[in-house]
Design a protein around this ligand. Structure first.
Ligand code: NAD
Ligand code: TYD
Length: 341
């Protein structure tokens, strides 16, 4: 099998690439290397002579039709897993334009090329955020989509476009909607790595609003295992929710991180809330579980290991935090903290 993994230099895509080459699949990565893409995330593949033979990297944009068609014409791709996306809600609130380009137009370019080159399987990595806030209960795949920020709205566009290519052209697509991921190599703009790395630096943890928003956490390895499972067990044209079964209030997750690092709770600062903040995400995963898959990693264990990874890999995140990130952090948080750090 030769898989094209778009966005394979990002957080989840790099874990998925590692998993697939270690199982003997040939992997081609197409990644634009935006601020979130990082070749260091793929180093253990490229520096190992066994896995590097199975691996090829293209730097480029999924919106570039010519490049996408070139890759499909020369690399013998049978499966595409599309992770490439602009992914951070707060950045989408600051400026939505790249989200519309990549998360909608980029998906269109990939789908069109897949149709032309008769791709055998196209997995569109969508998100639980397309459902919007779960006021009660948990969302099923058949529930209405109600995205409420530019990130989730553009992901909903890509999600439905993929479905349209199944309904209209019978392109063999599968759509996955996973809950919040955590684990090694996550860019430190996201809640878990931001709070871990700030705590390691004895900096304030900017908790939005009352901190009583809740998220369902899934370890990135569990998420990748579920996609691998769905590549063979999923049914074309179907949507699958992928949850971790670990719903936690943000404030409780922040406290676990501080306890683990033996840092004081006074590092938490309640700051101005995110605009349009979804209060709660929750997924009903009965459809996936009925096929025989369920997550294995308990949140408290996975979080402990993740904290240890960030403690032991400080050069990875310190280099990121001193670059483009510093400017973003200033813009996003300076006015939120009562007194700037
Ligand atoms: P990430 O931001 O860490 O990585 C995204 C990658 O896509 C980067 O390597 C970036 O360079 C690349 N990219 C961006 N625009 C591109 C373009 N136009 N062409 C080619 N490459 C481009 O994101 P992530 O957290 O790994 O998320 C991966 C996917 O999973 C996304 O589609 C996201 O919506 C989805 N998802 C993420 C989560 C989560 O909690 N992180 C949960 C559910 C679904
Ligand atoms: P995030 O990692 O941005 O994921 P998403 O919003 O896509 O679920 O945020 C997770 C939760 O943490 C969300 O409720 C917002 C909250 N949060 C904070 O309280 N402070 C922060 O600095 C960030 C980045 C997030």
């Amino acid at each position: 099998m030769t898989i094209l993994i778009t966005g394979g230099a990002g957080f989840i895509g790099s874990h998925f690439a590692r998993r697939m080459v270690s199982q003997g699949s040939r992997v081609v990565v197409l990644d634009k290397l935006t601020y979130a893409g990082n070749l260091e995330n793929l180093k253990d593949i490229t520096e190992d002579s066994k896995t590097s033979q199975l691996f090829k990297f293209y730097k480029g944009d999924i919106c570039n039709q010519e490049l996408v068609e070139h890759i499909l014409s020369v690399e013998g791709i049978d499966t595409i897993v599309n992770f490439a996306a602009e992914t951070h809600v707060d950045r989408s609130i600051q400026s939505a334009s790249t989200f519309i380009d990549t998360d909608m137009k980029g998906v269109f370019v990939l789908l069109e090329a897949s149709r032309r080159y008769k791709i055998k399987k196209f997995i569109q990595i969508s998100t639980d955020e397309v459902y919007g806030t779960a006021h009660r209960g948990a969302f099923k795949e058949t529930d209405a989509l109600n995205p409420s920020n530019p990130y989730s709205a553009s992901k909903a566009g890509g999600d439905r476009l993929a479905y349209a290519y199944w309904a209209t052209y019978k392109l063999p697509i599968i759509i996955t909607r996973a809950s919040n991921n955590y684990g090694p190599y996550q860019y430190p703009e996201k809640f878990v790595p931001l709070f871990i790395t700030n705590a390691l630096e004895d900096k304030k943890l900017p908790l939005y609003g009352d901190g009583k928003q809740s998220r369902d956490w899934i370890h990135v390895e569990d998420h990748c295992a579920s996609i691998d499972f769905l590549m063979t067990h999923g049914k074309d044209g179907e949507v699958y929710n992928i949850g971790g079964g670990n719903e936690r209030y943000n404030i409780d997750t922040a406290c676990i991180i501080l306890d683990e690092l033996k840092k004081p709770k006074s590092l938490i600062e309640h700051v101005k809330d995110r605009e349009g903040h979804d209060r709660r995400y929750a997924l009903d995963c009965a459809k996936l579980m009925s096929l025989g898959w369920e997550p294995k990693i308990k949140f408290e264990n996975g979080l402990k290991d993740t904290i240890e990874w960030y403690r032991s890999n400080q050069s990875w995140w310190k280099r990121i935090k001193s670059g483009e990130f510093a400017e973003y952090y200033d813009k996003q948080y300076k006015h939120r903290f009562s007194c700037a750090e």
